[in-house]
Design a protein around this ligand. Structure first.
Ligand SMILES: NC(=O)c1ccc[n+]([C@@H]2O[C@H](COP(=O)([O-])OP(=O)(O)OC[C@H]3O[C@@H](n4cnc5c(N)ncnc54)[C@H](O)[C@@H]3O)[C@@H](O)[C@H]2O)c1
Length: 248
């Protein structure tokens, strides 16, 4: 299903992004590992190429920079022959209560998590519109659905990603490009591992399935949305959260 396809995943040197890249590689999809951490991205690409026997290249890109995203799309086509799947996964947190939040922390989080998705979709859409084929998946968060104390910047950006996903889905539908979003709940990664223990315990209590998610849980959902099985699905916001935000 994914053979000879190319998937670009932003922020994929580690964490959920890496797991998404591995899920594609497992099904023989070639992958572009892209991250602001260039050395780690190269290492991840080399490991994936070796383990799964696919083409895996690393392209350093800061998603807040339009020109980096354009170069990323160009390199995917140039080095791997096509650009079929693009996952906007890069993200950061800079948590603080709204009252105390520094302006620079608000700006950084919105720049990476929201504008980065805009830059990514704009860059991906050029070759996809030409090919009249494409699968775009944006990584939002349950924080964008229900809000999250201490994350006014992050929750706003992730809510923006949901609106942008629905808008792009409408704009690109006639060209056979689907655009969907995945909202992870509480997933064990470096990002959440850095949270205070009591916050981690509190988050776990809010999950009906009574366990935290894994990066692979998110990766399988992303792979489904990028597959032919999801050809008739666009503009969907898929929660992968153990039931954390049921009803939203
Ligand atoms: N872990 C969770 O519980 C959780 C929950 C909901 C949503 N998410 C979302 O999932 C995505 C992945 O998160 P994760 O937990 O794997 O985090 P992570 O911190 O482990 O990985 C994020 C990656 O993005 C990269 N990155 C940061 N800024 C970048 C930039 N400007 N340009 C390019 N790359 C950049 C980092 O270097 C890192 O490799 C993020 O969008 C995050 O908001 C995570």
């Amino acid at each position: 299903m994914f053979e000879n396809r190319t998937a670009v995943i932003t922020g994929s040197a580690r964490g959920i992004g890496r797991a998404i890249a591995e899920a594609f590689a497992e099904k023989k999809c070639n992958v572009v590992i892209s991250d602001i951490q260039d050395v780690l991205a190269q290492k991840t690409a080399d490991e994936i190429a070796k383990q799964y026997g696919v083409k895996a290249i690393a392209v350093a890109a800061n998603v807040t920079k339009k020109e980096d995203c354009v170069k990323l799309a160009d390199e995917a086509v140039k080095q791997l022959g096509s650009l079929d799947i693009w996952v906007n996964n890069a993200g950061v947190i800079r948590d603080d209560l709204l009252m105390r939040m520094k302006e620079e922390d608000f700006d950084l989080v919105v720049n990476v998590n929201l504008k980065g998705v805009f830059n990514g979709m704009q860059a991906a859409s050029r070759p996809m519109l030409k090919a009249r084929y494409g699968k775009i998946i944006n990584i939002s968060s349950v924080a964008g659905l229900v809000g999250s104390p201490g994350q006014a910047n992050y929750a706003s950006a992730k809510a923006g990603v949901i609106a942008m996903t629905k808008t792009a889905a409408r704009e690109f539908a006639s060209r056979n490009i689907t655009v969907n979003a995945v909202c992870p709940g509480y997933i064990q990664t470096d990002m959440t591992g850095a949270l205070k223990e009591e916050i981690q315990a509190e988050l776990k209590k809010q999950i009906p399935l009574a366990k935290e998610g894994t990066p692979q849980d998110i990766a399988r959902a992303v792979r489904f949305l990028a597959s032919e099985d999801a050809d008739f699905i666009t503009g969907v916001i898929l929660r992968v959260d153990g039931g954390m935000a049921i009803g939203m």
